[in-house]
Design a protein around this ligand. Structure first.
Ligand SMILES: [Zn+2]
Length: 238
């Protein structure tokens, strides 16, 4: 069989498999649960889209008792942009991706982020997702931001680098901790490898931006490893 026929045959099999999977596990909207689609028009209309980028700076007021850290990172800032507010149907969608390895949903979100990359004409050398700790990755089995990053890489033709940035401290459950302590914990939570990032423009991906501390801490680690410009891009902003 020549290449053309084997490709047509392969695509037909993929189509049949995907249709059978849809019959066995019908798609439901990740926002409202409606059958038949992974993201429905109604939920899409309810998204509160964000039009502007923001500059993130270390928040001095939050860790004023750790002045030496502030001095070290005085010049750090990171341009960041989110697609929509963390509200309405986006909340269950983001949570679903955290607990189910749903590549279709990751692809929908990657499509949103690709619109921003195209619109802003951001030229990055590499896409890097905010990593989970090794322990958390082992428990969950996948990194939901890695799923979005891989789908985005295919859309915008920028390679994804999954191993350049490492979370060396699990900051997952900081409930009840003093805000200042939380900041410091996040601040020291990441380490980057020099070789894959040196001199490169980086698109740093996360699902939700809250205070911006995680993006900034990753940005700090990447810059310390020699990275050029770092732009943070998230699906949602709390
Ligand atoms: Zn919906």
């Amino acid at each position: 069989m020549d290449d053309c026929y084997s490709r047509i045959f392969g695509n037909a099999i993929k189509g049949i498999l995907s249709a059978s999977l849809d019959l066995l596990f019908p798609q439901r909207c990740a926002g409202c649960g409606q059958l038949g689609t992974i993201w429905c028009l109604k939920c899409d209309r309810e998204l509160i889209r964000i039009e502007n980028s923001v500059y993130l700076y270390p928040d001095i007021s939050l860790y004023k008792s750790h002045k030496r850290h502030i001095f070290k990172s005085n010049n750090l800032s990171c341009l960041a942009r989110s697609y929509a507010r963390y509200a309405g149907p986006l909340v269950p969608a983001v949570l679903q991706l955290k607990y189910r390895q749903n590549r279709r949903l990751a692809a929908v979100m990657a499509g949103w982020l690709a619109q921003i990359v195209d619109y802003e004409k951001w030229r990055a050398d590499v896409i890097i997702p905010v990593p989970l700790s090794q322990e958390r990755l082992r428990r969950r089995g996948y990194n939901q931001i890695g799923l979005i990053a891989s789908a985005l890489a295919a859309e915008v033709q920028i390679p994804v680098e999954l191993k350049a940035l490492e979370r060396i401290r699990d900051t997952g459950s900081q409930v009840g901790l003093d805000p200042e302590i939380r900041w410091i914990n996040v601040w020291r939570a990441f380490r980057a490898e020099s070789d894959p990032v040196r001199g490169k423009a980086i698109l740093l991906l996360d699902d939700v931006m809250t205070t911006g501390a995680t993006l900034l801490a990753c940005c700090k680690a990447l810059k310390e490893a020699g990275a050029g410009q770092v732009i943070g891009l998230t699906v949602a902003q709390a």
